[in-house]
Design a protein. Structure first.
Length: 279
């Protein structure tokens, strides 16, 4: 059984390299930008082309597997996690960065079986960093082992989060109030690199100590969650409870102590679920 998933992971690395090549080529040309759910929710032809490339390549090899892909869901495909072997794909995580050529753009793929993440791959295209993690086998960046900082003291921490425009005034206020509460603990600083998957890999490699976010999606979280866990970090719900891949919220941290401290400060927002339509 385990060899079978290793074979899937090897294929995933290969297809992620091809996706990375496609993104590099697209970065050399003009990028036409389209809007999805709002003027700040962007998509490009490259997001769609890369997702088609990844899904067709995997489907050819594993025709019975299931898929949840950001652009397929945007086009109306269901977003429900089942017990089936499932590939959860973000073809470009950090589309706004891609459009602006801000250097944190990634391909993120997580693979689940019985709803558990078996492996995750995150390729940070412009940094040329391939993060890989298989359950129980450790986390790597370009083949070298990585681990979290081990920091336990929130006041010595660098914290990541993302701040997007929110149409709902209450959401906007709460999001900014949360940032203020974390900053005034105080922490060493807050950063917003703009790609959830890369944020998680930054925690996994010890460059940041925590990342929290409400309102992201399973395709933003699946690949990076595997990398953080295998690097020795914790992945929990924004409340500090058990992480739920479809919940659209998480805290990742170098230690449980830091995750708990962030959970303590955060006022929760109702951000819905990725599988809300399928329930
Ligand atoms: C993006 C995230 C980013 C977050 C955005 C969005 P996309 O993913 O990775 O960090 O702030 O809300 O979800 O849309 O570029 O794949």
């Amino acid at each position: 059984m385990s060899d079978k998933w290793q074979e899937c992971m090897d294929h995933c690395v290969e297809v992620t390299k091809q996706a990375g090549k496609m993104i590099h080529e697209a970065l050399q040309k003009d990028i036409a930008v389209m809007e999805k759910s709002s003027p700040v929710d962007l998509v490009t032809e490259t997001d769609q082309k890369v997702e088609r490339l990844i899904i067709s390549s995997i489907k050819e090899k594993y025709p019975t597997h299931s898929f949840i892909g950001e652009e397929s869901v945007a086009a109306g495909a269901p977003s429900v996690l089942t017990d089936d072997p499932t590939w959860i794909i973000d073809p470009i995580d950090g589309t706004t960065n891609f459009v602006h050529r801000f250097p944190f753009v990634s391909v993120s793929i997580g693979f689940t079986v019985m709803k558990e993440i078996e492996f995750g791959i995150v390729y940070s295209c412009m940094e040329d960093k391939m993060y890989t993690a298989r359950k129980g086998k450790g986390a790597f960046c370009n083949g070298l082992p990585i681990k979290v900082s081990g920091q336990k003291d929130i006041s010595q921490s660098l914290v990541l989060t993302e701040m997007g425009f929110k149409k709902d005034a209450e959401h906007f206020k709460t999001m900014l109030a949360n940032v203020r509460r974390i900053l005034t603990i105080p922490v060493h600083g807050i950063r917003s690199p703009g790609s959830a998957a890369i944020n998680m890999c930054l925690v996994a490699s010890g460059s940041a100590d925590a990342y929290y976010h409400m309102g992201i999606h399973c395709w933003d979280m699946a690949g990076g969650a595997a990398v953080v866990r295998e690097a020795g970090g914790v992945v929990v719900d924004i409340s500090g409870g058990t992480f739920d891949l479809m919940s659209r919220r998480l805290i990742v941290a170098s230690t449980r102590a830091i995750a708990d401290r962030i959970a303590e400060e955060i006022t929760e927002l109702d951000v819905g679920r990725d599988d809300a339509d399928g329930q």
